[in-house]
Design a protein. Structure first.
Length: 61
């Protein structure tokens, strides 16, 4: 992580420039991600800069 930028190696994921890449979400929960990298969910969530746009939604209506 460099200031407000994050670099992720996507070599094995076959992603190309312009592709949408989901870091965490319905496909990969924060709990699962934290287990994979040997940390706790809280550390991941607090590591996301306040300048990153958040979009909240409510299922249903």
């Amino acid at each position: 992580v460099c200031m407000d930028m994050t670099m992720i190696d996507v070599t094995a994921a076959s992603a190309s420039e312009g592709d949408e890449v989901i870091i965490f979400g319905p496909e990969l929960s924060i709990t699962e991600l934290s287990q994979r990298i040997g940390t706790i969910p809280y550390e991941i969530l607090t590591g996301v800069s306040e300048r990153v746009k958040r979009v909240f939604f409510k299922e249903g209506n």
